[in-house]
Write a protein that binds this ligand. Structure first.
Ligand code: SF4
Length: 487
């Protein structure tokens, strides 16, 4: 027996949205956070809550959990932040031996309750729950094969339907059959009544790490910061093309692709991952500091103060200040208490929200020539507003330094920038962008320096939004986020 619940949205507390990493800067939006835990005897829902809370930056549209006790799966999900969706009452009602959880930012399908995850399916006798980070590029073909008959319009729902069609063989065998038919980026956490599974596409575009709990349980998370929060020690990454099972038999590994080609998203290092996470064994904070150092050498500026766009610009701005010898300081304060109303991914809300999110410190910036360090520029509209806010506060000059190369190509692998038309660098050269955003100077970090900062080889990354080299073919047509809503 299984149950899928919809709850009334609790009233947000003042602490809500305190880890809103996506507001403020001109940054791409991430596509979801995953957490899974197998730990009989522990409060698995609470562990998952803490794990999801650490991954809130990867998606703020909805949150959910699926708990299983060996006999049934209970799913609870709702639109909103982790702290809005779950409270003491809901957590206490979610008891079991294992749990998987999800935070969502939509890249396929609208931001509706039906598309919130984990997605639940049953074949009448067995159930499965699935959470997805990434984006598939053969979703329409898969949907036709699945004979989709649900209200959900996400690629994840299609995958869950396909898995359910093989569930009589067990979820592990179903996954081994279905995963090789998927094309695109996917990190999955999934479960049946007894076992947590984790899988990563053969290119390993999105991260996924395994941890060991002190009491002997196991967990998986999109980022290592979520393992830290629950007291788990890092074991290893789920390998590209690998399906991992976590249960009383320990960690079991099966390959569903014999020729994996690791291509982790390079943007995870720039912006998407939290600074206190590690990827490819490298601390993201240290990598970002190194990006800032290299940016200072590549593109110096005659200035009085280096300021970050909070929060992701902090590490790189420190590195820039260190090499340039220009003092580092704060020039913008971020409002950390913004509810999800202001972070829904609609252009109107995006453009209206910036002044609510970032407030300048006039005493710090007045009369100063500023180096402003940000992680990226996608559309340019937010950057223009930030430059204007700083000028209005009395800044004498604004020199923008960006710790990524220009984003000239769309992403089809789970980041919400899927058309060239929305990318300011696809239409303009660097000086044209400088003029549009109103900065005194503008410079980007080179691809070579960005890769060198990660201490991993260039070939181990997807860099497609910077150089147009897509590791997974996407066909001639740019996939639509809402493709399944028109089928
Ligand atoms: S296209 Fe860019 S954002 Fe998308 S997966 Fe590749 S590197 Fe990451």
């Amino acid at each position: 027996m299984s149950l899928s619940s919809r709850a009334a949205l609790p009233v947000p507390s003042a602490a809500d949205a305190s880890i809103d990493q996506t507001v403020g800067s001109e940054s791409p939006k991430e596509a979801c956070g995953l957490f899974g835990v197998w730990a009989p005897g522990e409060d698995v829902a609470r562990l998952t809550f803490f794990g999801l809370f650490a991954l809130q930056h990867r998606g703020q549209e909805s949150a959910g959990m699926a708990v299983a006790d060996g006999h049934r799966i209970v799913v609870y999900r709702e639109l909103g932040l982790v702290s809005q969706v779950f409270n003491e009452v809901t957590l206490s009602s979610l008891q079991g031996d294992l749990c998987i959880g999800h935070t969502r930012y939509s890249t396929t399908g609208s931001s509706t309750w039906d598309n919130a995850q984990p997605t639940f399916k049953t074949n009448g006798t067995r159930g499965l729950a699935l959470g997805h980070n990434g984006n598939l590029v053969n979703t329409s073909e898969l949907a036709r094969r699945a004979g989709r008959r649900t209200r959900a319009s996400s690629d994840t729902d299609v995958v869950a339907t396909l898995l359910a069609q093989h569930l009589h063989e067990g979820l592990e065998e179903a996954a081994i059959r279905v995963l090789p038919t998927l094309s695109g980026a996917f990190s999955f956490v999934l479960c049946d009544e007894r076992t947590v599974f984790a899988a990563r596409d053969p290119f390993g575009i999105r991260p996924l790490a395994i941890g060991r709990l002190p009491g002997g349980g196991w967990c998986v998370a999109s980022e290592t910061c979520a393992l830290d929060v629950v007291g788990a020690s890092y074991v290893r990454e789920v390998q590209p093309g690998e399906l991992v099972a976590l249960d009383e038999r320990g960690v079991r590994s099966r390959r569903f692709d014999e020729h994996p080609t690791p291509k982790l998203c390079l943007f995870e290092f720039v912006y998407l991952g939290r600074a206190d996470s590690r990827m490819y064994g490298r601390s993201l904070h240290e990598a970002r500091r190194e990006m800032g150092r290299r940016l200072a050498r590549e593109s110096p500026a005659d200035a009085d103060l280096v300021i970050p766009i909070p929060d992701t610009g902090h590490s790189a701005a420190q590195g820039y200040a260190e090499v340039s010898g220009i003092p580092y300081g704060e020039g913008l304060m971020k409002n950390r208490y913004i509810g999800r109303t202001f972070i829904e991914p609609t252009p109107a809300l995006r453009s209206r929200g910036v002044r609510l999110k970032l407030n300048p410190l006039p005493d710090a910036v007045r009369g100063k020539r500023l180096v402003v360090v940000d992680d990226s520029i996608v559309r340019g509209t937010t950057t223009r507003q930030i430059v204007q806010v700083l000028r209005d506060a009395g800044a004498a000059q604004v020199h923008l330094r960006i710790v990524s190369p220009p984003i000239r190509w769309p992403c089809f692998y789970g980041i919400d920038m899927s058309t060239r038309g929305e990318l300011v660098a696809a239409q303009n050269d660097v000086d044209g962008i400088r003029e549009l955003v109103g900065a005194d100077s503008l410079a980007y970090l080179s691809v070579d320096s960005l890769v060198a900062s990660t201490e991993s080889p260039r070939g181990s990354f997807c860099r497609a939004c910077f150089d147009g080299e897509y590791p997974i073919p996407v066909g001639d047509e740019e996939p639509s986020k809402f493709a399944l809503e028109t089928l």
